[in-house]
Ligand binder design. Sequence first.
Ligand code: CO8
Length: 275
Amino acid sequence: MVEGLVTIERIETQTSPEGGCIEIWTLNRPDRLNALNRATHQELIQACDRAESNDNVRVVVITGAHSPQDTKRPKPKSFAAGADIAEFSGKSSDDVRPFFENNAWEKIWNLTKPTIAMVDGYALGGGTELALSCDIRIASEDSNFGQPEINLGLIPGGGGTQRLTKIVGYGHAMELILTGDMIPANRALEIGLVNSVVPSSKLRGEVIALATKIAEKSPYTIKVAKRAIRSALDLPLTQGILAERSEFVALFDTEDSSIGVEAFLSKQKPEWVGK
Ligand code: CO8
């Protein structure tokens, strides 16, 4: 367990090759509803660099810490209530540009490993965008999503106008960004913003089960699958089909495709080698 503004927990899983784990990154500023300040942002970037270079990390889960609920004025549960608005005060474009040019949202989006946002509470502004930078979003019934930047005289700046539009479609993205309204988890599910909604008490178990299932596949093939699916967002259909074909055919030269095929034919569990 690595403690900081982003707490990192590793869960060992039964993987082949051996040693695989799921990393859970917990944003740890619950008094500020896990608002993403510069320091948190830097820690997220460092966590990305470490996870990318560590072959044992198979899946990354991102979530938010909750503040104690037994105090006089408990803070609401939050995944992340956006960028830290206090850090916007008095800033010019020249002040903020360097921060946005090297930002954690893109770093997470560009991880080659699968990522899951585990959302329990508010995911607003940069918080919804952080969830959108992940490959899969699982939310508790207590969660709320939104892009309230318009109420600050701003627009989403962590990829929200782009990824939200790709994921939920033009009309829903327009409505969310132009109104700044929050939507509850069940509405987020209806518009495809989240993959599933579960009771808060079951959220961690469901996400770990999902992450474990992915961690047990060939880590090499998982990366290829992620890259191929990404092509669907970046490329026109005909080029995307060609990109997929090229990835698919190349897999026939990998040891893991031979292992997978032979394991199926001999009714064995595949023991992946990761290449
Ligand atoms: N930044 C800083 N502090 C925050 C933030 C935030 N985004 N959100 C909440 N807080 C603080 C509050 O100021 C409050 O502090 P204190 O206890 O000292 O008064 C504490 O967290 C608890 O919050 P509230 O008292 O407001 O709790 P409520 O239950 O009354 O309300 C809300 C909860 C509705 C979530 C409310 O806090 C809220 O509206 N927060 C702001 C949400 C928002 O506007 N987010 C968008 C921010 S802009 C942004 O994200 C731009 C994205 C850029 C992406 C960058 C990519 C590179």
